[in-house]
Write a protein that binds this ligand. Structure first.
Ligand code: SF4
Ligand code: MG
Length: 334
């Protein structure tokens, strides 16, 4: 299939008073047409900064230092902000965790949707309104003809997220970036929204970059998964392999700390220890302090992301050393 997104060796650094924070440190990801790729990791893993970099929404002191972001084959790192704004909301759309922050409180739903449709699709006012109502119906909003004239704050969280999805998809984007799209919602509404997104993805053949800390959402939505830790990709494979046979100790830890994946609601902090200070990453493996398998070598040098099986990449010395059955002898529990 056609490749919609190909991020090559992306580095996004924050230049703070205390030093340089390498939030995204040499990250490469690819998404094919119609594919859903999930990036999973704890807060501080760099998953959101990766998505903001792709949208070119990184502000000072943050900066894309290096790498390419090929969108349909063309590098969008060097393009102008004007051109980028045109891509955003047209070919690349984004939905966030809390729609209230991205919906303008002083305009009605209809005005905001119509404005975007008129701008990007060169449609007239009447037609834009008609299309907006159609989209609101499509995302399951009852009495769409009425809701279109209401203000964002008068809607429930679930309804607002539906409006955001309707807005994002009304321009039929090639790529939808969804950053924790259901995290703020209760479990029932969350399931409804995920089901809705899945239906729309199939209908429009949209490619999705899904940012989440929730393995339940990953299992539900993703075709492939990238696991990030401390600014780097530590594992990448298809969703079935990831859940059946995680190869990186961190991924294994995530699985172990999620006894029932659909119940996971909080941040992934059940692995003992915390993410290392990004101002002072260790010379070796960044997961070393929390890893029950750590060896001398892990302290001395950083493992590379290696393809250990077809389409299965892992950044860990265990696999380099072909020590593969350790999972049976050690665990994170206790
Ligand atoms: Fe653990 Fe070493 Fe693998 Fe890092 S490289 S995850 S410390 S075994
Ligand atoms: Mg499309």
């Amino acid at each position: 299939a056609e490749e919609v997104l190909n991020v090559k060796n992306l580095k996004t650094y924050f230049h703070t008073e205390n030093g340089i924070v390498p939030s995204v440190d040499d990250v490469s990801i690819r998404i094919k047409k119609g594919e859903t790729l999930a990036i999973v990791g704890e807060s501080g893993s760099g998953k959101s900064v990766t998505s903001l970099s792709i949208m070119r929404l990184i502000d000072s002191p943050g900066k894309i230092q290096d790498g390419q972001i090929l969108f349909k084959g063309r590098d969008i790192v060097p393009i102008s902000m004007k051109e980028m704004r045109n891509l955003r909301g047209n070919e690349i759309a984004m939905i966030f965790q809390e729609p209230l922050t991205s919906l303008n409180p002083v305009f009605t739903i209809g005005n905001q949707m119509a404005e975007s449709i008129m701008l990007h699709q060169k449609k007239g006012k009447k037609e834009a309104r008609k299309l907006s109502i159609e989209m609101l119906k499509k995302v399951g909003i009852p009495r769409a003809e009425k809701v279109i004239d209401s203000f964002p704050h008068s809607l429930s969280g679930g309804m607002r997220q539906r409006v955001m999805i309707a807005m994002a998809l009304s321009c039929n984007p090639e790529l939808l970036i969804a950053d924790e799209p259901t995290t703020a919602l209760d479990v029932t509404i969350q399931a409804q929204i995920l089901k809705l997104m899945k239906g729309l993805i199939t209908e429009f053949d949209t490619s999705i970059l899904l940012i989440t800390h929730d393995l339940g959402v990953v299992a539900e939505m993703a075709d492939r998964v990238v696991v990030m830790y401390a600014g780097q990709v530590v594992e990448e494979t298809d969703v079935f392999t990831l859940f059946r046979e995680p190869k990186h100790p961190y991924t294994k830890g995530l699985m172990d700390s999620t006894p029932k994946i659909h119940e996971l609601k909080d941040e992934l902090t059940s692995i003992p220890g915390t993410v290392p200070n990004p101002l002072n990453y260790p010379k070796g493996c960044r997961f070393m302090d929390r890893c029950p398998y750590a060896m001398q070598k892990c302290a001395e040098a950083q493992p590379k992301l290696e393809e250990i099986l077809t389409d299965h990449k892992v950044r860990c010395w265990l696999h380099e050393e072909k020590v593969v059955d350790l999972y049976e002898t050690k665990s994170f529990a206790g």
